[in-house]
Design a protein around this ligand. Structure first.
Ligand SMILES: [Zn+2]
Length: 289
């Protein structure tokens, strides 16, 4: 028992030596997906000096009712850049077409390259049972890369990583084949306005395209400050006093803080990649205390 404990602690220090940056890479299908699911967590990591990169696997070139193609892709790349500036992170938009993403070998190689080049400790992705085919295939692509990132003769131009990262899924509401399980829940109350500021960068989406799809375009205020307040009301949902999210918050933060949290982002541990124990999760998510 004692020997096991000593070995575990020794392992923990070699995995992340003091002062070392935690490296997080988040994948989304479109330039705004990573922001919606993890901008609060990203802001917390960035504020603590860690390294975060958002990657949009498509360029978002059909996500609008008035413009499309290169003009839209260019606009969305600029919005992503502004979001990254506000969060203190990096953002890369890959040049694959929106609405047509498939889990091909070519895109799998792109994902492997991204994870290796970032030397990621944590990889975030959607679950592969999302309603949107681009989201779904982004989930499949990251799953397909989860083991391959350590195989040196695959994509040999970028050296394979020696340690397999922890792969995590974003929270979603899909029930089949199984509902999302909140293994890690991060309190984002301190950075909720930063998260809204990140979403506010994606003007073409939150103030134009998404309200157009929902039929709520006339409700969007014209004034920049008013529409940001409207966005916060529309995009934030306080957690209830009970349920699995609240229970996870109490587990990670203790009852006093855990019961007081209003806003959160949650993640499920993927069965592929490194399987972290509780001590390792606390190392990788130092904000959990
Ligand atoms: Zn999307």
């Amino acid at each position: 028992m004692m020997r096991g404990l000593v070995l575990m602690l020794a392992g923990a220090t070699t995995l992340l030596s003091q002062g070392e940056k935690i490296r997080v890479i988040a994948f989304g299908a479109h330039p705004d997906d990573c922001d919606i699911r993890s901008a609060g967590t990203a802001a917390l990591f960035a504020a603590a000096g860690h390294a975060v990169k958002f990657v949009s696997v498509t360029n978002g070139d059909v996500g609008h009712h008035l413009i499309h193609g290169a003009a839209l892709a260019q606009r969305r790349a600029a919005e992503a850049k502004e979001s990254a500036r506000r969060l203190g992170i990096e953002y890369e938009v890959l040049n694959n077409h929106d609405g047509e993403l498939l889990p091909t070998l070519e895109v799998r190689r792109q994902i492997i390259r991204q994870i290796r080049q970032w030397n990621a400790d944590i990889v975030l992705a959607p679950r592969p049972n999302d309603y949107h085919p681009d989201h779904r295939y982004t989930g499949v692509l990251v799953q397909d890369a989860a083991y391959m990132v350590v195989v040196p003769h695959l994509v040999p131009e970028v050296p394979a990583i020696r340690k397999n990262p922890v792969f995590l899924y974003y929270e979603d509401g899909f029930q089949r084949p199984n509902p999302f399980r909140p293994d890690i829940v991060v309190a984002i109350d301190d950075v909720i306005d930063k998260k809204i500021a990140a979403l506010d960068s994606h003007v073409s989406q939150f103030y134009e395209w998404l309200p157009w799809v929902a039929g709520t375009l006339p409700e969007v205020p014209k004034d920049p400050a008013e529409r940001k307040a409207w966005l916060k009301r529309a995009r934030t949902r306080e957690i209830g006093p009970s349920g699995p999210i609240r229970a996870a918050l109490v587990k990670w933060y203790g009852p006093a803080r855990g019961n007081a949290v209003k806003y959160h982002e949650a993640f499920e541990i993927c069965e592929y990649g490194m399987q972290p124990n509780e001590a390792r999760i606390r190392q990788l998510f130092p904000m959990l205390h």
